[in-house]
Design a protein around this ligand. Structure first.
Ligand code: OAD
Length: 250
């Protein structure tokens, strides 16, 4: 694969690298994306499944949907795109992985410095006392998990429409974006804010911003480069080229 000389040189000299990922990186693992012809939001209504009022109205329905998604996500495995980002973390002194995905695949692949902007489907918490619950299993359809401490309603720890992102995590992501020499924007349609703003924050702070996607997005023209193709092909190939630059030449 032909990467630009500028990208490889920037990467070679980068002290700090940041990657922002979206549903596209997990598509090759078999996790459906949100937008596009086969995206989740073309089949399901976010207003009935991914907002707090809907949850209060019908927690069993919302839990049915999240139990299904949890199962899908548990049954899949990290792909070469995820694995390449683990290698990148090992090769760069300051590496931050910011993800919009709730599927836990970056942690399962082995990345350590992961900022989950939209939560993690493996975690849940009580809406009354705030305690975290790690392993919610819905044995029967129609059942809703209750907090074992206070009896309150337990919800998935994911950010729903109309909710704020976890503020500390977003602040850390913003800082990482600002100090990144190279910022990779991978497999995201870049339409959901404030996550999408991180690439622009990085660009404004002087980072070299590269998009990796199967198609161009609304923000492509604002980036330094767009590399078109599957994350599972492009990222391993980028790491191979990067590694060969780092290795001492005879
Ligand atoms: P989208 O479904 O909006 O976009 C997925 C992107 O991945 C698209 O731009 C695709 O072109 C691209 N893509 C698909 N397959 C790919 C592949 N193999 N390699 C590289 N790119 C690929 O997903 P997100 O941008 O992640 O929010 O969506 C952002 C947020 O919207 C989600 O976090 C979710 C959703 O509503 C919440 O749940 C809060």
């Amino acid at each position: 694969m032909n990467f630009s000389r500028t990208l490889l040189t920037k990467l070679e000299h980068a002290g700090s690298v940041c990657a922002l990922t979206g549903a596209g990186i997990s598509a090759e693992s078999g996790v459906p994306t949100f937008r596009g012809d086969n995206g989740l939001w073309s089949k399901f209504k976010p207003e009935e499944l991914a907002n707090f009022d809907a949850f209060i109205r019908n927690p069993a329905l919302v839990w049915e949907w999240y139990s299904y998604r949890k199962k899908v996500m548990r049954d899949v495995r990290p792909n070469p795109g995820h694995e390449a980002l683990v290698s990148l973390e090992r090769m760069v002194a300051d590496f931050t992985l910011i993800t919009q995905n709730v599927d836990n695949l970056h942690r399962r692949a082995g990345n350590k410095n992961v900022l989950e902007l939209h939560g993690n489907i493996e975690r849940s918490y009580c809406i009354d006392c705030g305690r975290f619950v790690h392993d919610v299993v819905i044995a029967e359809k129609g059942r809703v998990p209750a907090c074992e401490h206070c009896g309150g309603l337990v919800r998935p720890d994911v950010v729903w429409f109309g909710e704020f992102l976890p503020q500390e995590i977003f602040a850390d992501a913003e800082q990482a974006a600002r100090r990144a020499d190279v910022f990779l924007c991978i497999g995201t349609s870049a339409v959901v804010y404030p996550a999408a703003s991180l690439s622009l924050i990085a660009k404004e702070a002087g980072s070299y911003v590269v998009e990796i996607n199967v198609e161009r997005t609304d923000l492509s023209s604002r980036f330094d480069e767009t590399v078109l193709g599957k994350a599972g092909d492009i990222l391993p190939s980028l790491i191979r080229e990067f590694r060969s630059l780092k290795e001492p030449h005879p």
